[in-house]
Design a protein around this ligand. Sequence first.
Ligand code: KIV
Ligand code: ZN
Length: 521
Amino acid sequence: MKRVKIFDTTLRDGEQSPGCSMNLAEKIEMAKQLEKLGVDIIEAGFAIASPMDFKSVQAISAAVEKPIIASLARCTKGDIDAAWNAVKEAKHPRIHVFLATSDIHMEYKLKMTREQVLNRITEMVAYAKAYCDDIEFSAEDASRSDHAFLAQCYTNAVKSGATTLNVPDTVGYSTPEEMGNLISYLREHVENADQVDFSCHCHDDLGLAVANSLSCVRAGCTQVECTVNGIGERAGNASLEEIVMNLKTRRDFYQADTGINTKQIYRSSKLLSNITGVPIAPSKSVVGANAFAHESGIHQHGVISNAQTYEIMNSTDVGIPQNTMVLGKHSGKHALRERLSAMGYDLDDAALEEVFGRFKNLADRKKNITGRDLEALVLHRRNHIAPDACRPVSHVINTGAGLPTTAYIKLARGENTMEDVAIGSGPVDASFKAINRMMGVDAKLDSFSLNAVTDGEDSVGEAVVKISVGDSESYTGTGMSTDIIEASIRAYVNGLNKLVEDMPEEDLNSANITPQTAPIN
Ligand code: KIV
Ligand code: ZN
């Protein structure tokens, strides 16, 4: 069996895609979950891209121990300096340098000749190597590059000290056969190819990212780059969970293992979806709500007689919680701890105490608390961000036909409380206007969605808002409650807290954000 390394780029290529941005605390939380998942390499960001990117690569380097932490860098000294400064405290640092090698990229983007590109690779890989032993080199748009030239580029990289050669299908143009052939060609034509790891990095523009990656594994790649839920630029990157479960389920065919703890797959997928507010499609392979559901009678009959009639994977292998034990308002902390632990959530005492308080509140409103409800309670625990963040306290909404809707909202920040009333076109609009005023932000609601966490009349609703000010990026807020207005208010306050916390001082000033610090009453 060969061992395939999983290089996770959720926090770099994934986070780069619209609607998927995360704040520092969320990136650290996701990185810790990736460590539990057992990925070999976490690409934590692109350190030169912004001070926030730098800070998050640095923070992730300090927060996780087992995986290698990589930062991306173009082939320039400034990028490489920033990448090294961000990862140098990691237990296992890596610098990932890249340069485009296709004729179209070299002519129109880089405005460099082939010779210049070859020299730049030699120089910059050597420059990075002087900092760090572990160097990955990527030839951007490799799949559309001239093969012989590409082999020369990688040979130069190896001579300068690269230890991993990554072969990206940057624009998702290749077919599985072409990608496999390219890897075989490079393994034959790159000098000292047997001394380095070959890696692939496939995008999903034509829906072939996973198939292309698997073909590369067959052709000898020992590293695959991918993201949780397949998030990433445009149509996304190859999905981690699909690659891993293909290799596991068809081990007989691929003859390859990964170091992934597959029982953490579902949790990683849910956490990411909860952080970014990007839902998982019900039919998504491996982690979608319907991935293990059998509706048709024939299928159900078969599965009851022998699960393998229609199931090629076991949902417990992916860590999907089984709805075996339902809790209710008489359940104690011990039962909650047991149930959470069976679902893979091992909380410390303080966290358990907090979740228990929220569990009791929910149990007052909802008779049966299912595994999905518990999962939502644990995931939404993250929403208590900075200690000086605002918290919703209470609200009264007046709505009806023929009259404008009014919302009275009370918020707290630390010991202080503030209250305001606003008129709006509906309960959500009126509530958000009152909150904007109290938090001193003229935020724009870019999108709003509500989903039921479970079925039934007393289902818990999960609201997701995306908000921005001026031309800032979009911030995601999430909130849950059995009352959908309350869920919406929580989501909005959560999003605004993140926005105010993350935006640099000068942007806050230029957007006229003056967070309310004094109590209104
Ligand atoms: O898609 C791509 O080519 C990349 C490289 C920077 C690895 O993301
Ligand atoms: Zn990419």
